[in-house]
Design a protein around this ligand. Structure first.
Ligand code: F6R
Length: 600
């Protein structure tokens, strides 16, 4: 991940691509690169750090060409270095690729290619893509670039956005979108065309945009484009005219910012793991946290303090810290904690979770804790905010700006951040073995795809929204690691739609709230197949006994639940540590659809 820009036309691509990347700088990155084709050769410039380094390189060693691709990268596989920066070139020097996403099966593909004699220059998963395209072109498609790209795309597991260019056919580039690793926009110009991961990159050149759908592939020349599915079916794509005002421009293909941000979550979690998770070895690198083995072993307690959505994120984090690092963890409303007389010492970490990094109650709570000798960490989205500046250690969410009123991708990324901190703590404290580290890192690599898969159920969720949009009260239930998601689901519905909603740990129902349930108060219950599945089934039965209408979020393939719940929203099967992150996406989607009335 992170930003992609491509150009084909009559102008020199290099300045256009570099300017496009500059407009994506807000997303963050650790290295950047650009490639063009000139006189039948691929020319590349790449560098670590800020774009200015790349610009300087291009200035001292100029390249030019009327077809070019560029990329800003958050490292996901391999350290940030020139060698690992995109674009990546195939061993035979024919193809060059930029890519956003995580190739979940890259090790398997790399082994396969290595056994066929392919040698790799980088540690990235992206290089597997370009080598595989070249391999298919050479051995299976008789040099046909479109077919080689299509066959390669069909073999990739995970959510991806890819742009590929071939030095033998410099009159075209190919863009592919698989899953929801972020969008791919085609910008339609006059005798020139553009591609970008984000429309601000190319908005200066054209307002006519096409957004590729999941599993679409576009073959783009200077004055044409052809879109087909990866199965080879032609796609008649709609051209969107992006309005001149900056709000419409920022919203792009989405109806409102919340919807956009919900759909950005798969990409946001990829960016938050970028440069931090070694998916092969299981190492977790959190430089700014300033955590070493001595500190990890000394910590006797973590107190998470936060407000609103960030507080609910902390409730999930408690499970991560206790289960994986075996550290006693408390979660406190910052607005209450700041007025308490808490018991703390120098072995306590107070962890502030805050998207803005400026929430007054949260800042006051951590200040109070520090006065009493505790150390402060923060999980924060806004770079340079008070919660980042004043912390002894911090982890940035890298979620990008949140414009929608409700926090969505910041919540998701803060969960991933806490999971990474808990894994690092567990590694240093010896509560997680090397094998478990690799296992969890591999689970994390699946997260963008899993979130993306939920978002693909939008049509099914729209159908549900038509049934429920007139109800005035909702109840959200969950258990274990998913009970905070019930609280968060209820908060989101209240905040966005002004519809009354309550969230409860399902086991609490029998202690009073069950009295609320009747046919006018639909119950949304997370009942995925984990250790507490049977308990949830029994709670669903109790709701049904009170004439409740139950919508269950369940594991794909669970047909039994259809006999218990009135409606079922399926999510993919996954490790239970990931389930809060994925389950919430389905709640967010249903809420955003109810609110926008986009089903009408
Ligand atoms: C809900 C929401 C709020 C914030 C809360 C804390 O969608 O956005 O509940 O989570 O105000 O804000 P931060 O995380 O900026 O401290």
């Amino acid at each position: 991940m992170c930003g992609i820009v491509g150009y084909i036309g009559h102008r020199n691509a290099v300045p256009l691509v570099l300017d496009g990347l500059q407009r994506l700088e807000y997303r963050g990155y650790d290295s950047a690169g650009v490639a063009v084709i000139h006189e039948g050769q691929i020319k590349i410039r790449r560098d670590v750090g800020k774009l200015i380094n790349l610009r300087n390189k291009v200035e001292s060693g100029p390249i030019e060409g009327t077809i070019g691709i560029g990329h800003t990268r958050w490292a996901t596989h391999g350290e940030p270095s020139e060698r690992n920066a995109h674009p990546h070139v195939s061993m035979n020097g024919d193809f060059v690729v930029v890519h956003n996403g995580i190739v979940e099966n890259y090790l398997e593909l790399k082994r396969e290619l290595t056994s066929e004699g392919v040698t790799f220059e980088s540690d990235t998963d992206t290089e597997v893509i370009v080598q595989l395209i070249a391999h298919h072109a050479q051995h299976h498609t008789n040099g046909d670039m479109v077919e080689a790209t299509r066959q390669t795309a069909l073999r990739l597991r995970g959510a991806q956005a890819i742009v590929v260019v071939n030095k033998h056919t410099p009159d075209r580039l190919i863009a592919v979108r698989i899953g929801n690793a972020g969008g791919v926009a085609l910008g339609i110009g006059n005798g020139e065309n553009f591609v970008a991961s984000d429309i601000p990159a190319i908005l200066e050149y054209t307002r006519k945009m096409i957004f590729l759908d999941h599993a679409d592939m576009a073959v783009v020349t200077a004055d044409s484009y052809h879109i087909q599915t990866l199965q080879g079916e032609p796609v008649d794509a709609e051209i969107h005219e992006i309005d001149w005002d900056s709000v419409s421009a920022g919203r792009g293909e989405f109806q409102h910012f919340m919807q956009k941000e919900i759909f950005e979550q798969a990409r946001a979690v990829t960016d938050t793991m970028g440069g931090r998770v070694d998916f092969e070895k299981g190492d977790i690198l959190l430089k700014e946290l300033n955590l070493d083995e001595a500190l990890a072993k000394r910590i006797s307690k973590i107190v998470i303090t936060a407000c609103g959505t960030s507080y609910y994120s902390g409730l999930v984090g408690k499970f991560f810290f206790e289960q994986l690092a075996r550290v006693n963890t408390e979660v406190e409303y910052a607005s209450e904690y700041r007025y308490r007389n808490p018991i703390l010492d120098e072995n306590t970490i107070v962890l502030a979770i805050t998207q803005s990094g400026e929430t007054a109650d949260t800042l006051a709570a951590v200040a109070e804790a520090r006065k009493r000798g505790a150390m402060m960490w923060s999980v924060v989205n806004a770079i340079g905010s008070a919660a980042m500046r004043t912390a002894d250690g911090y982890v940035l969410m890298n979620a990008g700006p949140e414009i929608g009123v409700a926090s969505t991708k910041a919540f998701t990324t803060s969960l991933v951040n806490q999971l990474m901190i808990a894994l690092r703590l567990g590694q240093l404290r010896g509560t997680i073995s090397a094998e478990q580290s690799v296992f969890f890192a591999q689970q994390l690599s699946q997260l963008p795809r899993l979130i993306g898969q939920v978002l693909e159920f939008e049509d099914q969720i729209k159908a549900l929204a038509t049934v429920f949009h007139n109800y005035k009260d909702f109840l959200f239930l969950g258990r274990g690691i998913n009970y905070p998601i019930a609280l968060e689901g209820a908060l989101k519905l209240k905040e966005i739609s002004y519809i009354h909603a309550e969230g409860y740990p399902a086991g609490e129902m029998k202690h009073g709230p069950i009295a609320l349930i009747d046919e006018d108060m639909p119950v949304l219950a997370i009942a995925i197949q984990d250790d507490l599945y049977e308990k949830m089934i029994s709670q669903i039965e109790q709701a049904k006994a009170r004439n409740g209408i139950v919508i269950a979020v369940a594991t794909e393939g669970d047909t039994f639940i259809q006999s218990k719940a009135d409606h079922v929203l399926y999510v993919p099967a996954m490790n239970s540590f990931l389930s809060p992150i994925v389950s919430l996406a389905s709640f967010e989607l249903i809420i955003s659809i109810i609110v926008s009335g986009s089903f009408l």
